[in-house]
Design a protein around this ligand. Structure first.
Ligand code: SAM
Length: 216
């Protein structure tokens, strides 16, 4: 499929993962968030939004101005904007921002949902720390952050588009959550979560939920 003004669709899709599972990965994201209470009026921040694989259905579902997407790769965000145009969703006015450093990102609002799908698996420990700090300062009271992560004691698993592919013990995220005054809950393996949905997901990838810690 060749798109006017952009690379072939498969080339764009390959910028965020294997093209053959692109559709499944898109459908899973909105399905998961809807099953966890996402409403059209909610404000959602998509960290590492890439080409809007997950973002397009979310933008379609949310009310005008509710979707915010950030990514460290400017060229990939150009593809995201093209994807937005091709889906006739510019009228939804998503805020799509290039963010070279998560430590410098601020928003004038707070979010009901923050989402990072297949993103923390590409962050070094320092960047993951910056990410949790961003979540802590951007999450609304009662808001939730969901992120899937690779759980393992063997940390470095290779590279993807210049990013590391990392696995970390669950305790790493528990410590980061505590540092940023967040509560963490392991929702279980992606194999379990996706069983009966699309059969995707592996045992060593887990979905984590973070909320603001209750004030003591
Ligand atoms: C595997 S892709 C997933 C993209 C998207 N979440 C999806 O599901 O289609 C990972 C994305 O995270 C982005 N990313 C990695 N490190 C980042 C950082 N420090 N800040 C923002 N985005 C980052 C990459 O550029 C890439 O687009």
């Amino acid at each position: 499929m060749t798109q006017p003004g952009g690379p072939p669709g498969d080339t764009r899709h390959a910028l965020v993962g294997p093209a053959e599972v692109w559709e499944k990965q898109r459908e899973f994201q909105i399905g998961f968030l809807l099953s966890h209470g996402l409403q059209p009026s909610h404000y959602l921040l998509d960290i590492g939004c890439g080409t809007l694989r997950g973002g397009i259905p979310l933008i379609r579902f949310l009310e005008v101005g509710r979707y915010y997407g950030i990514d460290v790769r400017a060229d990939v965000l150009e593809e995201a904007r093209q994807e937005l145009r091709e889906n006739n969703l510019e009228e939804k006015q998503p805020d799509i921002r290039h963010t070279p450093s998560l430590s410098e990102v601020t928003f004038a609002l707070s979010f009901d949902f923050i989402w990072a799908f297949a993103v923390l698996i590409h962050m070094t420990d320092d960047v993951a720390d910056d990410c949790l700090a961003l979540v802590a300062r951007s999450l609304a009271a009662g808001g939730r952050f969901y992120a899937n992560v690779n759980i393992n004691v063997v940390r470095e698993k290779g590279r993807w588009f210049g990013f590391p592919v990392v696995a970390r013990p669950l305790g790493f995220y528990g410590q980061l959550a505590g540092k940023h005054k967040l509560e963490i809950r392991d929702l279980g393996s992606m194999r379990e979560i996706r069983r009966g949905i699309d059969g995707g997901g592996v045992e060593t990838s887990h979905m984590l939920e973070f909320r603001r810690a209750a004030q003591s």
